[in-house]
Each structure stands twice: as C-alpha cells, then as structure tokens.
Design a protein around this ligand. Structure first.
Ligand code: ADP
Ligand code: F6P
Length: 321
C-alpha cells in the first residue's frame, strides 16, 4: 500500500497521540503517504483529511488527548454514512485505514470493510480496558495511575478527618479501572458491575474497621453500578460514619501517558502499519495477549466475551480483610 489514513474515534484516551505519531512515522519509514482524518468518522464523511509527515507529529508523544480530535458520529451507524466515508477515501486514493478507538469505532471499521472493501486495522484506544481479545487497551494504564494518585490524596484527607470516601470511576460496563486502581490504591471495598454488591458486607467491613480504630475506608465504585451518592445514602442509613463522595470523571481521560501506554502505542502502531504494508484485505485489530503482540480479524475479536479478572478480584478481598 502506498497511501493510508488514520483517525481517532470514540472517547479520547492517553496514548492516542503516541499511537498517531507511531503510525505516521512507521508509515513514512516504509515510504507510505499518511493522511490524518480529523474528528473520527465525522471528519471522514466531511472530507477533513490532511497529509501528515514525520515533523507533523513532533512533540506529541507526552501529550494526552488526540491532536486529530475525536467524535462520536451517529451517521456512521447508517449505510449511507459509511458509503459517504468510503467515497472520500476513494477520492483521496487511500488504500488502507488505521482506526484508534474502542469497540464502537471497531464496528464502524468492520462495516466500512464489509460494505466498501477498504482494508483497515484497529488500535485499541480506550481507558475502559473492555476489549476481550487484548489484555490491555491504550490509556488504561494511565487512567489507573491517575485514579491511584487521587486515592492517595483522598486517603490523606479522609484519614485526617476520620471520614470514609466513595470514589466513582469510569469504565462504562467494565470494572477493570475500579479493580486495578482499588487493588493498587489499597481500597477497603471495590464495587464493580461484574459482581452484585452486598451493602451489608461493605457496612460490616466498615464497622469492623471502626472497632479497630479506622473510619477512613476507601470504596472504589465503578460507574454503571449505581451513583456514588446512592451508595453513600445506603451506607449512611446503616452506620454512623461520615461518608464523602468524589466522582473523578474526565480527569481519568486526560494527562500524559505512562511509559507502559507509550510503549504499547509504539508496538500497536508498528504492527498496524506492517499489516497494511503486507496488503491485508480484511479488517483487523491489534493488541497484546499473554505478553505477545497479536492481530486478528475484527469480527472474531468483537465476538469474544470479555473476562473479568476474578483472581485479582479475590486477591482484593483478601488484602482488605
Ligand atoms: P468507542 O469506539 O470508544 O467504543 P463509541 O461506541 O461511541 O466509542 O463509537 C465511536 C463511533 O464509532 C460512533 O460514534 C460511530 O461513529 C461509530 N460506530 C459505533 N458503533 C457502530 C456500528 N455498529 N456501526 C458503524 N459505526 C459505529
Ligand atoms: O469509553 C470511555 C468513557 O470515558 C467511559 O468510561 C464512559 O462511560 C464514557 O466514555 C463517557 O462518555 P462521554 O465522553 O460521552 O461522556
């Protein structure tokens, strides 16, 4: 392939810029022309493309967000929108596409390939870590580090004031951000969508800790279970401990990517460009499984069921005992 394009789509994630840089530079290294599409599928339909050379991605490896900007584009859920996007790619002579995003973005990429035959490669860019075929998604490591930093700071204040704190984190329907940050931040309870929570167990643990002299429990709550305010009400109606709530929100999506995310971005970009250079015909996704970089057909990848890390969840229970 001589000419490829790339876009970022769905929620932004730290490391997307490192992946953009990787795709542009690995593509240029193989003498490919690389075009950046602004604002995801929306920019594709509108023809917002620009040629990117190695210098155009200078000084972005350390930056959060995405210099290509991102968007959610409902038109791309319809055949008309997909065909409009394909026409733009054809007009620019684009032979292959790299999509950096989550499962929704991958579905768009797959539909584009099925309807119009454009080969594509997806790089898993989402803080949620909710894609079954890959052990990690780009941005997850940074997001978890951001949450742990917040837990450390909140613990200082909660300990000083003898208060408990519920920290609500993102993850859509996946409890990984809550689980990993909860374990790394030493949370007393972790509430995830993969397990029905038992308010009596949470309160019992808080009561026992209070008897031992500790009333500054940290509870990490994944979004999608209930709101932190609802959980606070439930707890305060059962025990006499002051509970504060913090919803971390978009803070988890921004920030400079960790070393882990930057290295993963580099590996994904290199593999994605090599697949396109090898003239694949289908739509594929890249990721990491068991420590090794992998690529597989996007539909096979999306059909896989995400498995929650039950082992780590049970370790979390022991550590908070
Ligand atoms: P993410 O990629 O982070 O999961 P979304 O689910 O919001 O984010 O999807 C991002 C974009 O991908 C959507 O706004 C839409 O343009 C496109 N998309 C999502 N689902 C589909 C689908 N089933 N078919 C075609 N395009 C889709
Ligand atoms: O997919 C990333 C994510 O931040 C999820 O964790 C969250 O549920 C969602 O996006 C929020 O979406 P929006 O950007 O539309 O508020």
């Amino acid at each position: 392939m001589r000419r490829i394009a790339l876009l970022t789509s769905g929620g932004d994630a730290p490391g997307m810029n490192a992946a953009i840089r990787g795709v542009v530079r690995c593509g240029n290294y193989l003498h490919m022309e690389v075009y950046g599409i602004e604002r995801g599928y929306d920019g594709l339909i509108k023809g917002n493309l620009k040629r990117m050379d190695s210098r155009s991605v200078s000084d972005i490896i350390q930056k959060g967000g995405t210099i290509l900007k991102t968007a959610r584009c409902p038109e791309f859920n319809e055949e008309k929108g997909i065909r409009a996007g394909a026409e733009v790619l054809k007009a620019y002579g684009i032979e292959g596409l790299v999509v950096i995003g989550g499962d929704g973005s991958f579905r768009g990429m797959s539909d584009l390939n099925k309807l119009c035959g454009i080969p594509s490669v997806g790089i898993p860019g989402t803080i949620d870590n909710d894609l079954a075929y890959t052990d990690y998604t780009l941005g997850f490591d940074t997001a978890v580090n951001t949450v742990v930093d917040a837990i450390n700071k909140l613990r200082d204040t909660m300990t000083s004031h003898d208060r408990a704190c519920i920290i609500e984190v993102m993850g859509r329907k996946c409890g990984d951000i809550a689980l990993f940050s909860g374990v790394a931040g030493g949370a007393e309870s972790i509430v995830v969508p993969e397990h029905e929570y038992n308010i009596d167990i949470i309160c019992d643990k808080m009561r026992k800790n209070a008897i031992k002299g500790k009333v500054s429990d940290i509870i990490v709550l994944a979004e999608g279970v209930c709101s932190c305010d609802e959980l606070k009400k439930e707890i305060e109606s059962r025990i006499n401990i002051v509970v504060r709530t913090v919803k971390l929100g978009y803070i988890q999506r921004g920030g400079s990517p960790t070393v882990g995310d930057r290295i993963f971005a580099a590996r994904c970009a290199d593999l994605a460009v090599n697949l396109l250079a090898g003239d694949i015909q289908d739509s594929r996704v890249v990721g990491i499984s068991g420590g090794k970089m992998v690529s597989l057909n996007v539909d096979e990848a999306l059909a896989m069921k995400n498995e929650f890390d039950e082992k780590l969840y049970s370790i979390a229970g022991k550590l908070a005992f």
